[in-house]
Write a protein that binds this ligand. Structure first.
Ligand code: AMP
Length: 560
């Protein structure tokens, strides 16, 4: 592999596995193996009693013997402000643990790229603001310049577009990035069932444009949940036969979790396997069939089906408008997933040849696109709040006179500069209002989910009481009518309203969601034009002091 300085990389920071990739000067996307020679690194962190930190395979293996010293699946808790994982008696935030994974990936990658100039990190499309911000924070804690956050399915679709181009006889040796411009128009449904999260996204690719039409999913649904069903099945059977509950011992539980995951993976290629467990000299050899696994997890699969069907409905599309179903994420390898999609769509889903790397590849392509535009007039947001922050639609490609970093061949640069991407918001944005007919507070959605970005929407409400002097708007992220099903992400307060305003005086609330991911809220009391504006400062995440403290702490850790 060529050694290039100040390269940018794409990182798939997965719940169970992570990967890092880059685009070389000829436009080829390459996964960078870790120090152990693996293309993917388990997202597992082991902290030894002497405070030595291991990330990856060794940590995952240690889980069986030292379950209290190993953290896994912490991505699911990203952005949960008060969540802490206790490892060996010390508390770690999911962001700090993710930073250790990032540090391992980037550190190992320096064997190929001595100087990494920045990274695009992927997140599930269904991540809300707090989780996106947390992913950005993890990058900062790892001292990585996060160029952007991109949605995993979008990254997969981007990488897939290039692969399709190659399948159709595109130049395999050079100019992979030119592919986007010559790909036939197509609408792809990306079904991404990873270790911990589930995303489904519909993406339209036409010429140099890549538009996300709609996105949905669940933050807490993935391969791990399928493992849990097998674990419960096995442990219940162990209790029934031997009166011993393996779940009482963290070591036995960790071991059985590992065996059940292996059994689940085996059942993707075989129809029958055996799970073996042992405690206090008692053993259980439990045969398990693919059919049984499917029965134990039928409701989980049904949840993915409901998300897919709801998404099509939201996007006002029917299956005949979907050209391609792309399976991404390790858990999509379960045959029942393709069967279900085939049954409901009448189409044969397509599993990418490198499903574990495709997301990192897409992130690397996005990083390359951003890098080539670093000298153009378009700004790139780094606040972690949104998905794609490539230039706005309609912005002309940077002029030829703009200096271009010499990392890429000019032809690659020319082709890539034309690529345009637009995205949608994955969650609705609204405010808490009182519904006078029901006399309850409700979430009044102002920007519905799956609205193409950027956007600006306005709604008019009435004041709640006569002589009201202050209007306090609680801003919500979420789609349920009941505010308790949503997350409050900020407040906007109009003070000093004139005295004597009658009840029901109109207040206009406008939300602007810009391409750099900032949510701008403006409220105006219409009679006297009393105004309040707020640019949302998310009330989760770390303050600067915490960030600096964590960054210093992580920078001092050598990852073995
Ligand atoms: P990812 O986050 O995309 O790497 O997906 C990891 C998840 O995929 C884990 O839950 C794995 O157990 C699961 N997985 C990986 N390979 C397979 C397979 N062949 N069959 C079923 N699940 C798999």
């Amino acid at each position: 592999m060529a050694i290039e300085s100040d390269q940018v990389v794409g990182i798939d920071l997965g719940t169970t596995f992570s990967a890092i990739a880059y685009v070389d000067s000829g436009g080829r996307v390459r996964t960078i193996p870790n120090r152990e020679g693996e293309l993917t690194t388990p997202s597992a962190v082991l902290i030894e009693p002497d405070r030595t930190v291991h990330v990856g395979r060794k940590a995952l293996r240690a889980r069986v013997k030292q379950p209290n010293r190993v953290a896994v699946a912490f991505k699911r808790d990203m952005g949960e402000k008060f969540y802490r994982e206790t490892i060996g008696g010390r508390e770690f935030s999911p962001e700090a643990l993710s930073a250790l994974v990032l540090k391992k990936l980037v550190g190992d990658a320096t064997a190929v790229i001595p100087s990494i100039g920045g990274a695009v990190v992927t997140v599930p499309a269904y991540f809300g603001d707090a989780r996106r911000k947390a992913t950005q924070d993890a990058g900062r804690i790892a001292s990585i310049e996060v160029l952007d956050i991109i949605n995993e399915p979008t990254a997969a679709a981007l990488a897939n577009a290039f692969r399709q181009y190659l399948h159709r006889g595109g130049d395999t040796t050079r100019f992979e990035l030119a592919a986007i411009a010559t790909t036939a128009p197509s609408t792809t449904l990306v079904f991404d069932l990873g270790g911990g999260t589930f995303d489904v996204t519909i993406i339209r690719i036409e010429g140099e444009r890549l538009d996300v039409l709609a996105t949905g999913g669940e933050v807490r649904l993935g391969g791990i949940d399928f493992d849990v069903r097998l674990v419960t099945h096995f442990c219940d059977e162990f209790v029934r036969r031997h009166g011993i509950d393996l779940r009482d011992s963290p070591e036995s539980l960790a071991q059985i979790q590992a065996f059940c995951e292996m059994a689940k993976i085996t059942l993707s290629s075989r129809t029958q396997t055996v799970i073996v467990g042992e405690r206090y000299g008692k053993q259980l050899h439990l045969p398990i069939s693919r059919r049984q696994l499917e029965e134990l997890t039928a409701d989980l699969l049904a949840r993915t089906q409901i998300s897919v069907e709801n998404l099509l409905e939201d996007a006002l599309l029917t299956w005949d408008r979907i050209d391609d179903i792309l399976l991404v994420g390790g858990a999509s390898r379960m045959p029942v997933v393709a069967d279900m999609l085939n049954r409901i769509s009448g189409k044969k889903p397509n599993m990418d040849q490198a499903p574990d790397e495709i997301v990192a590849h897409g992130a690397a392509i996005h990083a390359a696109i951003l890098h080539m535009r670093t000298s153009s007039a378009v700004s790139v947001a780094v606040d972690g709040s949104r998905t794609i922050t490539t230039p706005e639609v309609g912005v002309e490609p940077a002029s030829d006179t703009v200096a271009v970093p010499d990392l890429f061949d000019q032809k690659v640069v020319d082709a890539t500069r034309k690529v345009r991407m637009t995205d949608v918001n994955s969650h609705g944005l609204g405010v808490v209002v009182r519904d006078s007919r029901e006399n309850t507070v409700v979430n009044s959605v102002i920007i519905p989910k799956n609205t193409p970005l950027p956007t600006e929407r306005v709604k008019v409400f009435g004041t709640e009481a006569a002589n009201q002097r202050i209007v306090r708007l609680r801003i919500l992220e979420g789609d349920t009518r009941d505010p308790r099903g949503c997350t409050q992400i900020g407040e906007c307060v109009i003070r000093h309203l004139p005295k004597g305003l009658p009840k029901g005086s109109p207040v206009e609330v406008s939300f602007r969601y810009d391409t750099s991911g900032r949510i701008h809220v403006r409220a105006v009391e219409l009679k006297h034009s009393t105004t309040a504006e707020v640019e949302l400062v998310r009330n989760t995440g770390f303050d600067q002091v915490d960030l600096t403290r964590l960054t210093n702490a992580v920078s001092e850790i050598d990852i073995e």
